[in-house]
Design a protein around this ligand. Structure first.
Ligand code: A3P
Length: 277
């Protein structure tokens, strides 16, 4: 962890969830913003259209454990939300989630992305976001990633930890980035049934279109262009949005080493990812 995500720990630990809160949980770079954007539109595009045009996504969906100097903390932003439900984002591994979310039996939407594309996206993000640890070169970043030496720890522990929790917490919807890319409309349908939403086919189609990569990239309330800690000259937040970009980064040797590690760490799980669609 970096101190940015631990400085507010007492408030995070004692955060009071409400029964209708929806927690959007991910390992960083798995498609958090995409799913947050869709959920915000599903809930509020009809009743609160002003939100989409005037509030950046990181205010509409506060990042619970975020505590950047000179910014309101994630817990403060969440506590000042005037919506029902409140949409709240977290990257915490499952064992660190404030216990009130479980006590209140909140709905959780977890999004996971295949390890290779996730690593590439995280590498570019750490290059451009000044509050993230320096990534170093791609090879050393990848070694650290395999060892779990990352803010929020190991990708392997994160995705499998949440997968296991799904078995005991029925209100957890586990989504895959690759499924979203393959058929966003189908995944929006699944989200609606999980959330008990009765959006019309036309509303869902509008949200599907609006949330496509090119549209979100143009939307200043979704593309993080107002986040001063990010340097888009190094790499944009909405970078490529693809499955399989890892092939442009991994050497043959890195890929072989990664596959061996992957097999060791993911041998005992029923969770499976696609690295191309
Ligand atoms: P890339 O860096 O591979 O482009 P997060 O929101 O968890 O930080 O994830 C960011 C990643 O999701 C980035 O991946 C970003 O481009 C991708 N992303 C965001 N919105 C997307 C969309 N509408 N369609 C496809 N990918 C999207």
């Amino acid at each position: 962890m970096t101190h940015i995500f631990t400085d507010d720990w007492e408030n995070i630990k004692h955060f009071q969830a409400r029964p209708d809160d929806i927690l959007i949980a991910t390992y960083p770079k798995a498609g958090t913003t995409w799913v947050s954007y869709i959920l915000d539109l599903l809930y509020f595009s009809q009743t609160r259209p002003d939100r989409q045009t005037s509030m950046p996504i990181y205010e509409r969906v506060p990042f619970l454990e975020n505590k950047k100097p000179n910014h309101p903390s994630g817990t403060d932003l969440a506590n000042s939300l005037d919506t029902s439900p409140r949409l709240i984002k977290t990257h915490l591994p499952v064992q660190l989630i404030p216990k009130s979310f479980w006590e209140q039996k909140c709905r959780v939407v977890y999004v996971a992305r295949n390890a290779k594309d996730n690593a590439v996206s995280y590498f570019h993000f750490n290059r451009m976001d000044s509050v993230q640890p320096e990534p170093g070169d791609w090879n050393s970043f990848l070694q650290n990633y395999m060892e779990g030496q990352m803010a929020f720890g190991s990708w392997f522990d994160h995705v499998t930890g949440w997968w296991e929790r799904k078995q005991s917490h029925p209100k957890l919807h586990y989504m895959l980035f690759e499924d979203m890319v393959e058929d966003t409309g189908r995944e929006i349908d699944k989200l609606c049934s999980f959330l008990g939403l009765t959006s019309t086919a036309a509303e869902k189609e509008q949200i599907r279109r609006q949330s496509q990569f090119d549209n979100m990239k143009k939307d200043d309330m979704a593309n993080y262009s107002s986040a001063i800690v990010m340097d888009f000259k190094i790499s944009p937040f909405m970078r490529k949005g693809k499955v399989g970009d890892w092939k442009n980064h991994f050497t043959v040797a890195q890929n072989e080493q990664f596959d061996v590690e992957y097999h060791k760490k993911m041998n005992n799980t029923t969770l499976h990812f696609r690295t191309e669609v």
